[in-house]
Structure formats: C-alpha cells, structure tokens
Design a binder for this molecule. Structure first.
Ligand SMILES: [Zn+2]
Length: 260
C-alpha cells in the first residue's frame, strides 16, 4: 500500500538523535507501520511546538508528511508521558531497555500491532510501579516469541527428553539441553528447576496476566542471565542499556551492604 502524502499515527518514541543544529531524528514504534524513522524539525529550538511531545518513551499521536529520505513530523501530541516512570532512575532505565530491545529486534515498516500493544502495556505497568524484573522478563519472552525466536523450554533440543534434570540452557541451541547432550553446544548455562518453571509460566500463559508474579532474588538473577545471554547471542552483541541497569543494581547492593 502506498503511503499518503500526510498521515497520522500513534507511536511510542524509542529514541532520538540530534541532526544538524536544530533537528532530531526520531525512531518511532507504531502499531500499523512497525518501526519508523522520522525527522522532527526545529525541535531543539526553545519555542518549538514539538518539543516535549517527542521525548523518548512518550506515547504520542503524530502527524507526518512524506519526506525525500525520511518522513517529517509535522505535529505531535502526547497521549502519555509516563511521568511516574521518569521520576525513578531504575524504572527509566528499565523502560529504556525495553525501547532498545524493540529497536534492535524490529525492522522498519513491518507492522506488528501485538508487539506494539505489549510494549505500551509494559510501559504502563512499569509506570504503575509493578515489579520491573517481571515486566522485563515477560516482555523479553513475548518479544522473542512474536518474532519467531521462541526458545524450546519443555524438552532437550537434541534428544527430546522432557524437562531434563539436571537441565541446561543453550543460547546457540535455542533451548534446553540434558546432561548427555550439553556438550553438543559450546555454551550451556545450568538452569534451576525453579527458574525453568517460571520461564515456562511466562512463555505459556496470557502475557497480560502473571505480572503479579514475584520471583525470589536468586531466580530473578538466573532468568535475567539466561535471557540476556540468549538475546545477545541472537543480536551478536550486548545491548547498551544493560550495562546501566547493572550499575544501578550494583549500587543498590552496595547500599544494602553499607547498611549492614
Ligand atoms: Zn538430550
């Protein structure tokens, strides 16, 4: 379908980079056009009508006009700026991580309304103060599923042994390995029965439930490690925002240790 000369869309602003003196290039995630890059002209000037409505992690209603290379944002109205989320450094960095994950796994102009809804929902939940670990893991698992990278977490990917024990997760194998098969892949992390159970629940049930699920700290760390290693294997790199999340987590640990 050819795009009209001007068009409206809702979008979540994933990121922005400066362009020239006064402009910015925005990366938008839209429900029906997928990822989109567009120019916000003059947005860095003090009296720009756009500024404040195109900040990263804003849900906005935009009007765009076709440009020669990139389309141009002509209007933007904030629907939700997730104000609570912006007041907390840990929540902000969690949300930036979700945005970066979405940006890295999606391609331009490929619609995925399900993923859009899930991202929007996750930002709302973070903004409402839900446990960020649960929101992040749920989003990772659902994004992987939606984009065709669903890991096999019911049986060994080689011999088919159901829920092997002991059990390993292999990023390159795309799922579980049993003790006998673990050497068939160069990298395999042990996964505890508790972490596996939670991963199965997150994968197999409605993504809009189970947000209340709270995992014990050790299991949360294990799941984060396993999913992160799978994601970086697929992307062939680490996401930038993960290092900031790690620094924040470490400073929380330091603060607790200091209090002891
Ligand atoms: Zn096996």
């Amino acid at each position: 379908m050819t795009k009209p000369r001007t068009y409206k869309t809702k979008a979540i602003i994933l990121k922005q980079v400066p362009l020239g003196e006064a402009d910015k290039i925005l990366t938008l995630y839209t429900p029906y056009m997928g990822k989109l890059r567009a120019v916000a002209k003059g947005v860095r000037k003090p009296r720009s009508k756009l500024s404040g409505h195109v900040e990263p992690l804003t849900h906005a209603a935009l009007m765009l006009a076709q440009g020669r290379n990139l389309d141009i944002v002509t209007q933007s109205q904030t629907i939700d700026s997730f104000i609570y989320l912006r007041q907390d450094l840990h929540l902000t960095s969690s949300a930036i991580y979700l945005a970066e994950l979405t940006d890295c796994f999606t391609v331009e102009n490929e619609e995925d309304p399900t993923l859009f809804q899930l991202l929007l929902h996750s930002l709302h939940r973070l903004s409402e103060g839900m446990c960020s670990e649960t929101i992040l893991r749920l989003y990772e698992i659902r994004l992987l599923e939606n984009l065709g990278y669903r890991p096999e977490i019911r049986k060994c990917v080689y011999c088919g042994t159901l829920t092997p024990s002991p059990c390993y997760f292999s990023p390159s194998g795309g799922g579980l390995l049993c003790l006998k098969c673990r050497h068939k892949e160069s990298l395999a992390h042990p996964i505890s029965p508790d972490a596996l159970k939670i991963m199965q629940i997150l994968q197999e049930t409605n993504p809009y439930t189970h947000e209340e699920l709270q995992f014990p700290k050790g299991v949360a760390r294990e799941l984060e490690h396993i999913l992160r290693s799978y994601i970086s294997y697929l992307l062939e790199r680490q996401l930038k925002s993960t290092s900031f999340l790690d620094i924040l987590k470490q400073s929380e640990v330091d603060r607790v240790v200091q209090k002891l």
